[in-house]
Design a protein around this ligand. Structure first.
Ligand SMILES: C[S@@+](CC[C@H](N)C(=O)[O-])C[C@H]1O[C@@H](n2cnc3c(N)ncnc32)[C@H](O)[C@@H]1O
Length: 479
């Protein structure tokens, strides 16, 4: 049998895709995770890391192709980490994600036979994203094709694009992208031309110097509105004048931009948010629609990134919530109030909590926009604010139904115990991370809430991600 040690070459058949989109195969009984390999392939691979229970490897070559393989559509596929599964047939992506959710619930949550329904497909599998976040950088990554075509001579110290996987200092400049729209592509190209000729450098986390940091483009897929958010470091008056010039030229050159915002991030943390925001053109927000509801979304507010996928997701939330019109519903981690408002016509009262003040401003406006007079929204960290719903003059009744939709890190243990103490009849937990969901689901399950069912929704075709809508029932009653 081939020995499995770091640096050795092995040959193996890939049986499945692990959570995170690595191929999984075995050498004898020893499990090997192979980056870039697909189920059904036989590959030659080199071991890059050896652990007691498993090893990691990378593909050297494919000996037998996978019957599920399909030619990737994108010219940047080999360099860009954005769509790591674009070369796997979509049906197979869904069935692999289904199995991954079952495995994670079993392995990390200890659930023996959880009812995991087959994933709901995304209505669109290309051009589905309504938000793209591009990074400015000083180190442009050249693809093999660019190197072969002599592009080395091209400017390499200014780029605007996506990070190369595993190389967080390198930026891949895109010519085209199948996740975003044509309009988004045109905006990115214009902003690149303007910024690279501006005389100001891209920001770098190596020396924390430079001006241009991020370009965030947001589109209302059901309204056609478009927000451009340029995030920079602080360069005083000079910087503000420069971005104002960019905004003026952009809206003339590229039609379809409805608003431009300049966000200034003075901190070292490389995030596309900041301490100051200036609206340079238009109202500073856009609208999008999910089924019959219209939502205002500002630059700092969360909104599901796949609009048509969000409609599928929210319909499951509505079905699982099973409202009859008499219930008080808590929408926890409510963002711009989108789920709560979506449920408001079948509820007696909706109360939402969210950390970001701009999102809560949006939520309150969104309640008005949708004539949802039965909604209350509160701003704060959930673990400290949940109790306030029933005090501080808010006097919202205890919830019959709760909806939880936390970020990838899942729930703070204090939130789990507060939800348990609130003893709703049932709750719907929406998760974008099956691993943290499995951890939290185990805690709920040990405290009187049965995991009834799990509906995966594929909000992110061609990527390793999957969203879950899940239902828990109170088996303990109201203490
Ligand atoms: C996955 S988003 C869900 C938003 C909304 N439910 C939706 O469907 O658009 C998670 C939200 O939780 C908010 N958030 C993150 N940490 C929080 C905390 N500790 N307390 C309250 N809200 C928080 C984020 O700002 C974000 O809006």
């Amino acid at each position: 049998m081939t020995s499995v040690k770091k640096g050795s070459e092995i040959e193996l058949t890939i049986d499945s895709l692990a959570f995170g989109a690595e191929g999984v195969g075995k050498v004898g009984e020893f499990v090997v995770f192979v980056r870039g390999a697909l189920p059904g392939q036989r590959v030659r691979a080199r071991i890059t890391r050896k652990r007691k229970s498993h090893a990691q490897a990378r593909v050297l070559d494919v000996i037998t192709p996978s019957p599920y393989q399909t030619p990737p559509r994108c010219q940047h596929f080999d360099d860009c980490g954005g769509c790591s599964l674009q070369h796997l047939q979509y049906e197979k992506q869904l069935s692999e994600k289904h199995q991954q959710v079952i495995d994670v619930l079993h392995r990390l949550g200890g659930f023996k036979n959880p009812e995991v329904l087959p994933p709901a497909a995304s209505p669109e599998i290309f051009f589905y994203r309504n938000k793209m976040e591009f990074t400015f950088g000083r180190k442009r990554w050249l693809s093999r094709a660019e190197i072969d075509s002599g592009e080395q001579a091209a400017e390499r110290d200014f780029a605007l694009g996506l990070h190369v996987p595993g190389r967080y200092d390198r930026i891949l400049q895109l010519n085209a992208c199948y996740l975003q729209s044509e309009l988004s592509d045109a905006i990115r190209r214009f902003v690149f031309r303007f910024s690279s000729a501006s005389g100001m450098q891209a920001y770098s986390t190596e020396d924390h110097r430079g001006f241009w940091r991020f370009l965030v483009i947001r589109e209302g897929k059901n309204t056609g509105e478009c927000l451009v958010n340029v995030v920079t470091a602080d360069a005083g008056e000079e910087g503000r004048t420069l971005v104002a010039e960019l905004a003026e030229q952009l809206v003339t050159a590229v039609s379809g931009v409805s608003t431009v915002v300049h966000t200034i991030n003075r901190q070292k943390a490389q995030v596309a948010s900041g301490q100051e925001a200036h609206v340079l053109y238009g109202p500073g927000y856009i609208h999008d629609k999910l089924d019959e509801f219209t939502y205002r979304i500002s630059a700092a507010s969360f909104f599901q990134t796949n609009t048509r996928g969000a409609e599928v997701l929210y319909r499951y939330v509505r079905e699982f919530a099973g409202l009859t019109g008499s219930e008080t519903v808590y929408d926890l981690y409510c963002g711009a109030g989108t789920i709560g408002i979506y449920l408001s016509r079948e509820a007696k009262h909706v109360a939402g909590i969210e950390l970001i003040p701009e999102a809560i401003d949006d939520a309150r406006i969104n309640a008005e926009l949708n004539n949802a007079g039965n909604c209350t929204f509160l701003c704060g960290d959930l673990k400290d604010t949940l109790a306030e719903l029933r005090t501080s003059g808010n006097s919202v009744p205890a919830p019959d139904v709760i909806v939880l939709d936390p970020p990838r890190a899942g729930l703070h243990p204090q939130v789990v115990s507060q939800v348990v103490d609130l003893a709703p009849q049932r709750f719907v937990y929406v998760s974008c991370n099956p691993a943290t969901f499995a951890r939290d689901a185990r805690l709920f399950s040990d405290n009187g809430f049965e995991l009834v069912k799990v509906q995966p929704v594929d909000m992110f075709p061609h990527t390793a991600h999957i969203e879950l809508v899940t239902l828990f029932a109170n088996t303990r009653g109201n203490p």
